[in-house]
Design a protein around this ligand. Structure first.
Ligand code: PMP
Length: 459
């Protein structure tokens, strides 16, 4: 499918990532009406990003007709790539019946059933429209279930745009330790109240002993510990079984709700991430691929916990609802997407990911480049330098390496490959051995060239 991608025949990839005149014109219009000229920093760069015109499979065509191999997949939400026919058919069929109702539809039952069938701990589900909303609802649920206010999260980990969960999203060596050498609660946004910092305990991603100590001290005050078992900002490396076991044990001991945020890592296995890691969370948050490319979020868990959202017997302990919650288009797209993410498909994609990472690591080693590719399943991220990446602190590049990562991202784009700004990416099911080879060859070539350019500047 990918080899008959749109735009073939007028491929105008050039060495300048930003030579697209129609994209440039679009950006000049956008910057007048949108702060920063983009809806999100993650899809923006200087002088301007290419604007997408259409996509098919793993390829996107920009306004100027450039074909781009898409490894960002709208930030990992498109497991089947763009315009996946079964998703389009399902959405068309749903849309023809009406786009949204002030009444439930059967499609919300079907998607909730599909999640429960994959992981029995997702016995019940409430849908919303983003991962942020899902995490927000899960934390409110945890507070109501425990009668406590504080939460704990891991340093550097992203769980959405919500005050408590944004604490210590991007601390630096200058501010990341408190006076006892533990991770400090660091403000991310200007204006976040001090009370939010006091209510948020920060845990180290790769230090089980310190984690255990902090949880032993703070545990009885915590409503929830939220974790991402394969956090992108903590390096796109798996959380060690020691750390997840420490969290599990502390949650059981102190009656804390354990929330597994699987907004990205649900894709790692057919059942999601927690069964893969032997974790038994109290609540699971998902989004992205469970919506098939349409807006979605979900909180799932055993009926006993999910009862916190139950309104059937009077005012619920926590209200959860929204105008478009469970809208039939997202439900239909999500159902079609999950139906086609069967066990064999998950295995094939994860195998492709293993091959890809091996190819890149071997290619970089053969060229003597000090860099590596972390990741699991279909997820990957490039790291520069010789050190092992185990979590947020070891993944955080020096300012010089951060600039090099950005240059590599732009050089990859100039060669027709879209990665995220920190050079992470995700494979999608339309990809084959051909795309993986292309991707690996380009990445090795670009990283090697950037490294030798860097060396000649330094010499
Ligand atoms: N949790 C995790 C682990 C995420 O990666 C993200 C988004 N990348 C979110 C929550 C928030 O999801 P959304 O962007 O749909 O609000």
């Amino acid at each position: 499918m990918a080899m008959t991608a749109p735009g073939k025949g007028h491929n105008s990839n050039s060495d300048s990532a930003a030579s697209s005149s129609l994209s440039e014109a679009a950006y000049r219009r956008e910057v007048k009406v949108v702060p920063g000229g983009s809806m999100r920093a993650a899809s923006w760069f200087k002088p301007h990003p290419p604007y997408a015109a259409r996509g098919e499979g793993c390829w996107v065509v920009d306004l100027d007709g450039r074909r781009i191999l898409d490894c960002a997949n709208n930030f990992f939400s498109l497991i089947h790539g763009h315009a996946f026919p079964p998703v389009l058919d399902a959405v068309r069929e749903a849309m023809a019946k009406g786009t949204a109702f002030g009444m439930p539809t059967e499609s919300e039952i079907q998607l909730a059933e599909a999640l429960a069938a994959r992981n029995p701990r997702m016995e019940q589900t409430r849908f919303c429209n983003s991962g942020t909303e899902a995490v927000l609802a899960a934390l409110k649920g945890a507070r109501a279930l425990t009668g406590r206010e504080r939460i704990a999260k891991f340093e550097g980990c992203y769980h959405g745009a919500y005050d408590w969960i944004e604490v210590s999203l991007d601390p630096t060596p200058a501010n990341w330790n408190d006076e006892n050498g533990n991770p400090a609660s660091v403000r991310h946004n200007v204006g976040t109240p001090d009370s939010v910092l006091r209510e948020t305990v920060v845990l180290p991603y790769d230090d089980p002993q310190r984690c255990a100590e902090i949880l032993r001290r703070e545990g009885p005050t915590l409503a929830a510990v939220i974790l991402d078992l394969h956090a992108s900002r903590a390096g796109t490396v798996a959380m060690s079984k020691e750390v997840s076991a420490v969290v599990q044990e502390a949650c059981r001991r102190d009656g804390i709700m354990l929330i597994s945020d699987e907004v990205i890592c649900f894709r790692l296995s057919y059942e999601g991430a927690s069964p893969l890691f032997g974790l038994e969370p109290d609540l699971i948050t998902t989004a992205k691929i469970i919506g098939g490319g349409l807006p979605i979020g979900a909180v799932s868990g055993p009926a006993a916990h999910m009862a916190v959202f139950n309104h059937a017997d009077g005012k619920p302990r926590v209200s959860m609802g929204g105008t478009f919650s469970g809208n039939p288009l997202s439900m239909a797209a999500g159902l079609a997407s999950l139906e086609h993410y069967s066990r064999p498909v998950v295995e094939r994609l994860n195998g492709l990911g293993d091959d890809f990472r091996k190819r890149v690591r071997e290619g970089l080693a053969a060229k003597g480049v000090e860099a590596t590719l972390s990741g699991l399943g279909s997820l990957f991220r490039l790291h520069l330098g010789p050190g092992e990446v185990t979590g947020y602190r070891t993944a955080l590049p020096s300012p010089e390496n951060a600039a090099r990562i950005r240059r590599i991202q732009l050089a990859m784009l100039a060669k027709g490959v879209l990665l995220t700004p920190n050079c992470s990416g995700a494979l999608s099911t339309p990809m084959t051995e051909a795309e993986i080879t292309l991707l690996a060859d380009k990445l090795v070539e670009v990283v090697a060239k950037e490294t030798s350019d860097q060396a000649s500047v330094a010499a």
